[in-house]
Design a protein around this ligand. Structure first.
Ligand SMILES: Nc1ncnc2c1ncn2[C@@H]1O[C@H](COP(=O)(O)OP(=O)(O)O)[C@@H](O)[C@H]1O
Ligand SMILES: [Mg+2]
Length: 271
C-alpha cells in the first residue's frame, strides 16, 4: 500500500473523541491552528474559537501567526495601532503590541497584512516571538495561534512549539493530503506532541466523520498514531455573512449550525 489517502471512508471511531477530551488546556496553553492548504477556514475558526473560549471565562490571546498574509484584523475590521512588526522593530513590548478586542472579550496580536518582511523572520527573531507568546501565557489561559498556509520554516516551528496542534481539513482531497503532511511533519518534529483534527465545511456531520475517518486511517497506517477528533464544523452560509460584515459569528449569528459546532469544539478543548 502506498502512502496516499484513500477516498474510501473508514467507520468513525468514537474512542478518538474520548482521547481528545483527555487533553485539557492548562494555564497559558498554546494552541496552534494549521492546515497546510489555505482557504480552509483557519483564521475564521481561530477567531471564533477565541471568542467561544472567552465567553467561557478564559483569558485568551489570539496571535495572527500567518506572518506573510495576516488577516485576523481584516476579518474583524480592526485598525490596530500596533502589530507584530512594532514588537519586532523594538518599538514596543510584546504585550504593548497586543490589543484588547472588547467585542469578543479577548486580546489580539495582529500581524501586518501583506508584510513579506514578516513571512521570512530570521530564526532568532522567531524565537523571540515564541518567548513572547510563552510569557503572554503567564497571564492568560489560552494562547491561540492562527498559522499561515504552507509548511515553511516558521509555520513548522510554531506548530512544533505549540502545546496542542489543531489540524484543520475539509473533505477536498488537496486539503486532506495537506493536513496529512502537517500531521506527518508534526509527528517527526514532536514525537510526544498532541495533535487533534478539526474538520471544517462539512456538508453534514456524517460527511465530516467520513473526512476524519479517511485522515485518521492514513495516520494510523503510516504514522502509527491516530490524531483524535476535536470537532466537526458544518458548512454554513452565515460564516461568509459574518466575515463580510467583519463581525464575529457568535455575535452576528449565535446558535447557527457553525456557531454550535465551534462552541462544542471549545467545550471539548476545555472538557
Ligand atoms: N464553516 C464554514 N462554512 C462556510 N464557509 C466557511 C466556513 N469556514 C470557512 N469558510 C469560508 O472560507 C473562507 C476562508 O476562510 P479563512 O478563515 O480565511 O481560511 P484560511 O485562514 O484557512 O485561509 C472564508 O472567507 C469563508 O467564506
Ligand atoms: Mg488565514
Amino acid at each position: 500500500m502506498t502512502e496516499a489517502l484513500s477516498p474510501v471512508a473508514m467507520p468513525f471511531t468514537p474512542s478518538a473523541l474520548n482521547d481528545a477530551r483527555a487533553k485539557r488546556p492548562a494555564m497559558g496553553h498554546i494552541v496552534a491552528v494549521a492546515s497546510g492548504k489555505g482557504g480552509v477556514g483557519k483564521t475564521w475558526f481561530a477567531i471564533t474559537l477565541a471568542h467561544a473560549l472567552a465567553r467561557r471565562g478564559k483569558r485568551v490571546l489570539l496571535f495572527d501567526g500567518d506572518l506573510g498574509l495576516a488577516n485576523v484584523d481584516i476579518q474583524l475590521g480592526l485598525m490596530p495601532e500596533q502589530d507584530l512588526g512594532s514588537f519586532i522593530a523594538g518599538r514596543t513590548s510584546f504585550e504593548g503590541a497586543a490589543q484588547r478586542y472588547g467585542e469578543g472579550g479577548f486580546d489580539i496580536l495582529v500581524g501586518r497584512s501583506g508584510s513579506g518582511a514578516l513571512s521570512a523572520l530570521p530564526p532568532p527573531v522567531l524565537e523571540r516571538v515564541l518567548q513572547g507568546l510563552r510569557s503572554a501565557g503567564e497571564v492568560r489561559d489560552v494562547i491561540l495561534l492562527d498559522l499561515g498556509a504552507g509548511l515553511d520554516r516558521s509555520v513548522r516551528r510554531m506548530a512544533a512549539y505549540a502545546d496542542t496542534l489543531l489540524v484543520m481539513a475539509t473533505g477536498e482531497p488537496t486539503s486532506l493530503t495537506d493536513a496529512y503532511a502537517v500531521l506527518k511533519l508534526h509527528a517527526a518534529d514532536r514525537p510526544d506532541g498532541i495533535s487533534q483534527v478539526v474538520v471544517n465545511q462539512a456538508a453534514t456531520r456524517a460527511d465530516g466523520e467520513r473526512t476524519y475517518a479517511t485522515l485518521s486511517r492514513a495516520c494510523s497506517s503510516f504514522l502509527g498514531r491516530k490524531p483524535p477528533l476535536l470537532g466537526i464544523i458544518r458548512r454554513d452560509e452565515r460564516v461568509r455573512d459574518a466575515i463580510r460584515r467583519q463581525t464575529p459569528l457568535l455575535t452576528r449569528h449565535p446558535g447557527c449550525s457553525a456557531a454550535q459546532d465551534v462552541e462544542a469544539a471549545a467545550n471539548c478543548l476545555l472538557d
